[in-house]
Design a protein around this ligand. Structure first.
Ligand SMILES: O=c1[nH]cc([C@@H]2O[C@H](COP(=O)(O)OP(=O)(O)OP(=O)(O)O)[C@@H](O)[C@H]2O)c(=O)[nH]1
Length: 704
């Protein structure tokens, strides 16, 4: 994608050994703490294997506190990387080996330019660059995480920056606005992308071209060389850090001991993150109060322990990597490690635990066996939930808490024995609570989890989706073996009819099934909508069109989150005629509905198109036809907000996405990078990717 314009350098950095450097990282969990698709591509093209965990650090450091622009970029890069390094052990349940953060800024006339917030900001930036030379600085932070026996993590920080000088031609007003209207400036430092249309504005580049694009690959590899090729043990790494500061123009290193459970510890002060030219002690002299020696404090969290080699490298040869999570009764996700195991079933994104599975023929460990049993029993738990939900157990207990099994059996017109078994199973799953009574059968109540998600009239009810799983997904999965053998979906076997168009043929030609399907989509949109709607700053868009937006649940979240936005929901006539069933109590007249088929009819005009949970359902042919239609309707600068489960780049998770793929629909699950390429082929560039930590991730793309 980019032309590699590494320049020969006369200092010792010119001697490098690229492959051995990159290969040193194989087997390590390397994390790129950046949502920048350019950084991803630069590092991927270099052969690095890594996970992308975008940083949540808000780039709001006070620029006035820094004497030189590069200090600001380096500090921001550090905060980005540290935020991810701290978050991962808690939220993703795995401690990375290395986290890489970066921040690119442009400096001209004593000003620091970041990404423009709107077109006028882009104009301000680009006109200040016209006809002049400016500097592009990328600050990079490499955080090496060393997990210790006592559940603390040592963080060793190496940072550096690279400067590249760029000279712009004189830009006419017409040229400026044409470029701004292309949409390209919006997600780029200084308001231009040198690798694309912005390249036409540039007279010369002095220095590393990739540094301008967002990542100084050359300098990075030299730092890795210093870290991994010139030292072998962990104690040597400290001296390597010390050496870095002497041999490299701009690095700093600090070994800090931070608790797992710190949330956003970012500070406005550059001194808050101690910066050392590593001398005798690599520990910070005066770490910020929140960073002094804590152990992580969450009682429900037991972190993963890795087998350590003598040299401090982590390895997994003696331990098998397994994915687990668990749901405690009323508190949502709770993670339990191998010492205290109550292993759950479906891991969330990034949840990893390493169980010590010993030799094949040695006596099985309790937790290993339990894990397998959990997987084997998973379908029983699902079916118990589906059945209790279908028989309205949670609704009944909401209206009449304290029913015993005989009373419940009467209400749901079921056998007493069967009802008793179902209620007891629900208690064991954390969905119900039972209260014992002297010499009488216990009585039952909903747990908080059931009150919040399982009642059919709860604000965040999953009832509709549970019924969809029971009626549609379950029959499909009961034919999984044939699906795998044949490589195709099993609608005909499961429902006794062939279908060309799942939605028209299966879901929408029967009123009851249609309503059920709409309730399922409504449930999912309700619980995920807010995270998707608030994933990005959409203030530059005034009108949006939610394609296949069904009941409008997602659209209402968008208008709620963005006061200047109106949203048109575009869906099939069979859907739109039913939306009265789902109108919120307080109507929002910024949401309207238009009936039509997005494959056949003209799309409503909008600045932003939303595709939430649409693409994964369709064949490549249909996906391309829809995207090219959207691309034709969009003018440059229009947005496309895509929301799906994004598979990890190595396709090892998240489990929900991979299990969903087993339904063998004609569509497919993709990673963020795969969606990026797909959209790029239709003229959309990816501006931001957000892993929401909810059921759906999101990506904002701009039409160029
Ligand atoms: O010529 C180009 N100059 C700069 C870019 C891109 O600009 C952004 C810079 O922004 P930042 O460093 O804050 O990084 P983000 O994209 O916000 O991602 P993080 O999650 O890391 O904060 C960067 O994407 C450059 O690639 C360009 O593309 N061309």
């Amino acid at each position: 994608m980019f032309s590699n314009l590494f320049r020969e350098q006369s200092d010792e950095r010119a001697t490098m050994v690229l492959n051995p450097v990159i290969s040193k990282l194989s087997g390590k969990l390397v994390v790129l703490a950046s949502a920048s698709p350019r950084r991803l591509e630069i590092l991927r093209n270099a052969g690095l294997r890594f996970e992308v965990v975008p940083s949540w650090f808000k780039e709001t450091l006070d620029k006035g506190l820094y004497t030189a622009p590069h200090e600001y970029a380096v500090e921001t890069a550090k905060q980005k990387a540290l935020e991810v390094a701290r978050r991962m052990p808690i939220k993703h349940l795995k401690t990375p080996d290395i986290v890489i953060g970066a921040d690119t800024i442009v400096s001209v006339d004593g000003m620091i330019l970041e990404k423009p917030v709107d077109k006028h900001d882009a104009y301000r930036m680009l006109s200040s660059l016209s006809g002049k030379e400016h500097s592009v600085f990328t600050g990079v932070a490499i955080v090496l995480c060393h997990e210790k026996e006592n559940e603390e993590v040592d963080y060793q920080l190496i940072d550096f920056y690279e400067e590249t000088k760029v000279k712009f031609a004189d830009l006419s007003e017409d040229m400026l606005w044409e470029y701004i209207n292309s949409g390209e400036p919006m997600d780029k430092a200084g308001g231009y992308g040198i690798q694309a249309l912005g390249g036409m504005l540039v007279e010369y580049v002095h220095g590393d071209f990739l540094n301008v694009v967002g990542f100084p690959l050359n300098h990075f590899c030299k730092q890795l060389d210093l870290i991994y090729n010139r030292c072998t043990s962990s104690s040597d790494q400290e001296s390597a850090s010390a050496r870095l500061s002497k041999s490299s123009p701009h690095p700093t290193s600090v070994l800090t001991q931070l608790p797992h459970n710190l949330t956003d510890q970012s500070s406005q002060s550059p001194s808050s993150s101690a910066k050392h030219n590593s001398s005798a002690s690599l520990r910070p002299n005066s770490p910020p109060a929140s960073q002094t020696h804590h152990t992580h404090g969450s009682p429900s969290f037991s972190p993963v322990h890795k087998a350590k080699k003598e040299d401090g490298d982590s390895e997994v040869s003696e331990s098998s990597r397994m994915l687990v999570n668990s749901f405690s009764k009323d508190r949502g996700a709770e993670i339990i490690g191998s010492d205290n195991t109550a292993l759950p079933l479906i891991p969330s994104r990034g949840q990893v635990i390493e169980l010590n599975v010993a030799r094949e023929d040695s006596e099985p460990k309790r937790e290993d066996l339990q894990r397998i049993m959990e997987l084997m029993d998973g379908f029983k738990a699902s079916k118990a939930l589906f059945t209790a939900s279908k028989l309205c157990v949670f609704d009944l207990l909401h209206r009449s808490p304290g029913l015993d099994s005989a009373q419940m059996a009467q209400e749901i017109k079921a056998s007493v024995k069967g009802t008793e078994c179902l209620l007891e199973a629900c208690v064991s799953l954390g969905l119900l609570k039972s209260k014992d009574r002297k010499c009488q059968k216990p009585v039952y109540e909903n747990t908080d989890l059931a009150v919040r998600f399982l009642r059919s009239d709860a604000s965040y009810s999953l009832h509709g989706y549970i019924q969809h799983c029971n009626n549609t997904v379950w029959p499909l999965f009961s034919h999984l073996e044939s699906a795998v053998l044949e490589g195709s979906h099993q609608h005909e076997k499961a429902f006794g009819k062939k279908t060309n168009d799942l939605f028209q043929d299966t879901y929408y030609n029967n009123q009851e099934i249609k309503l059920r399907f709409m309730r399922a989509m409504h449930s999912i949109a309700k619980v995920t909508g807010k995270d998707v709607a608030t994933a990005f700053d959409l203030s530059t868009f005034k009108t949006a069109c939610d394609l296949g937006g069904c009941t409008g649940a997602m659209a209402y979240e968008f208008t709620e989150a963005h006061p200047g936005l109106t949203v048109t929901v575009f869906d099939l006539p069979a859907v739109v005629e039913m939306i009265e069933h789902f109108r919120p109590q307080h109507k929002d007249n910024r949401v309207s509905f238009v009936a039509g088929d997005f494959f056949q009819d003209e799309l409503p005009k909008a600045d932003l198109y939303i595709l939430a949970r649409i693409l994964h359902d369709w064949s490549d042919e249909k996906v391309h036809s829809l995207l090219s239609k959207i691309a034709q309707t969009c003018t440059p600068g229009c947005g496309l907000l895509l929301s799906e489960i994004f598979l990890d780049e190595d396709r090892k998770g998240p489990c929900r996405g991979l299990l969903q793929a087993l339904s063998m629909s004609v569509g497919k699950q993709r990673s963020a990078a795969e969606y990026t390429l797909l959209l790029k082929s239709h003229g959309f560039i990816t501006a931001h990717v957000r892993h929401t930590d909810n059921l759906l991730d999101a990506m904002l793309c701009i039409r160029v």
